[in-house]
Design a protein around this ligand. Sequence first.
Ligand SMILES: Nc1ncnc2c1ncn2[C@@H]1O[C@H](COP(=O)(O)OP(=O)(O)OP(=O)(O)O)[C@@H](O)[C@H]1O
Ligand SMILES: [Mg+2]
Length: 224
Amino acid sequence: MGLLELRELSKEYKRGGRTFNAVNRANLSVEPGDFISVIGRSGSGKTTLLNMGAGLLNPTGGTVFFEGKDIYTLRDKDMSFLRNQKIGYVPQGQSLLSNFTVFDNVCIPWFLFRRGGDAEGRAFILLERVGISHLAASYPKELSGGEMRRAAIARALINEPRLLIADEPTSDLDAQTTVEIMNLFKAVAREGTAVLIVTHELDTLAYGNKTYLMDTGNLAPHAA
Ligand SMILES: Nc1ncnc2c1ncn2[C@@H]1O[C@H](COP(=O)(O)OP(=O)(O)OP(=O)(O)O)[C@@H](O)[C@H]1O
Ligand SMILES: [Mg+2]
């Protein structure tokens, strides 16, 4: 079994008296070292899929296995611990805590569950890797959208997760920065952390090793 296995995963929503499957019996297997991209039109169910895979949204059908465990059977505390230690998540929108500096935002996951080691040193290296170490002492409101996104990527990597999930991580970055972030993800995957991203930019598909297409809730392998 893979690191992350989605089996017949579904999410049913109700809107205006009508029910529909935002995700419809999706199957996906993510192995260590994989770099998987999911593409698809706006509203096709990509974020819903990632949120269920990250342990953030209860499915209405199917199963999410992480390291062979059905994660939605875990107790809250165990789920929080698993997410904190093993899954780095970069949400689609702005997600930094506004009252903390960039540096502290990056360090927070490290201190949520007590860990030994040099959080500060690691945070600084990650900020360098995403190209914003000069903004360490700034607050989120002083950053551009792309800089905030890069801080969120550093934060997602601080605990050396086994899986990095990122929802349109380059949507507000320029071409040069996009290349840098994609190369970073590629290096992260090579170092053994699996990477699962949603992207609109077809240029970025070349960095990954597998591509899937989401079409009105239906997920299928996509020939590059
Ligand atoms: N809480 C909710 N209740 C009802 N419908 C929802 C809810 N959340 C999302 N949806 C609907 O589910 C569908 C999938 O949404 P989702 O956010 O997964 O799309 P997406 O592929 O990520 O789109 P985008 O590319 O615009 O981010 C959309 O039709 C959306 O309107
Ligand atoms: Mg989305």
